[in-house]
Ligand binder design. Sequence first.
Ligand SMILES: NC(=O)c1ccc[n+]([C@@H]2O[C@H](COP(=O)([O-])OP(=O)(O)OC[C@H]3O[C@@H](n4cnc5c(N)ncnc54)[C@H](OP(=O)(O)O)[C@@H]3O)[C@@H](O)[C@H]2O)c1
Length: 282
Amino acid sequence: MKVLVIGGTGLIGKDVCVKLQNAGHEVIVGSPSRGVDILTGEGLEEALAGTAVVIDLSNSQSPDGETALHFFGTAGKNLVAAEKIANVKHHLILSIVGVPLAQHIGYLQAKKLQEDTIATSGIPYTIIRSTQFHEHISTIIDVQSEGKAVHVSTVDYQPIAVADVVSYVVKFALEEPKNGIVEIAGPDRGRMNEFVKSYLDEKPEEKVVVANDDNKYMFFEIPRGLLVPAGDFHPGKSGLMTGKSPHKPDDCGQYRATGSISPCCPIPCPAARLTCTPSAPR
Ligand SMILES: NC(=O)c1ccc[n+]([C@@H]2O[C@H](COP(=O)([O-])OP(=O)(O)OC[C@H]3O[C@@H](n4cnc5c(N)ncnc54)[C@H](OP(=O)(O)O)[C@@H]3O)[C@@H](O)[C@H]2O)c1
């Protein structure tokens, strides 16, 4: 099958291309450096000829609201118009968990626009909403540090490994279009400050996490549950805290299967939103 991966040179895109190629698919890497530009439309017609599936893993050059709105708005319209002519059978995008709940953040407004453009296009589609990638923790540290102190909110956080995102993107792209939204997240849920501390514990840098309850993330005030799935989600396998936290993925499986309360999980279960009776980690 011919698959066009827009953003196929990016963090997620490059591994998605390799995985699809290894599975025997014909993969076109769509990015400006490969002659495909979704903002100008350059190279799109050629790249789409005979393409069954389009995976859009592109990103705007800057997370600034205005830049992102221009990027996802213009690119979305260009893609939809070209894909209709090429009779594309499935368009998949990678969006972000919580997008509709924080429309005061320009970048999330832009991602919602990207979602709405494909959902109303008439092209069969799948929207994957993901939580933040593990790599994002280093951005939090860069942006929220003052000297040796890293100021981090205690909001809920459930980051996912890039390898898990890549696997889910490939899986859902090769399945029938959902014509709806699926959510993916890491296997462990905790407080953002705990994740950042856990990440820093593995690094030689001597930074100290200062936890606060101000619900601020990258300077924006957010609802406490914004960054984690509110309902069912597909869990990743690799956890930043797995092995350190008593909360294990199979605890969540147990919740889902039985609705019972796991005896070993001291934090709210991501799947069922219940709080377990605290006890010693297994
Ligand atoms: N970071 C997170 O925690 C997170 C969480 C959930 C969802 N997401 C979403 O995941 C997606 C992928 O993120 P990423 O970190 O893998 O992105 P990335 O590494 O920044 O890569 C962006 C890609 O977009 C391409 N691109 C830029 N402008 C383009 C244009 N005009 N036409 C075609 N391609 C263009 C780039 O091509 P060049 O290499 O040629 O510049 C590059 O391949 C984003 O849409 C993001 O919103 C991110």
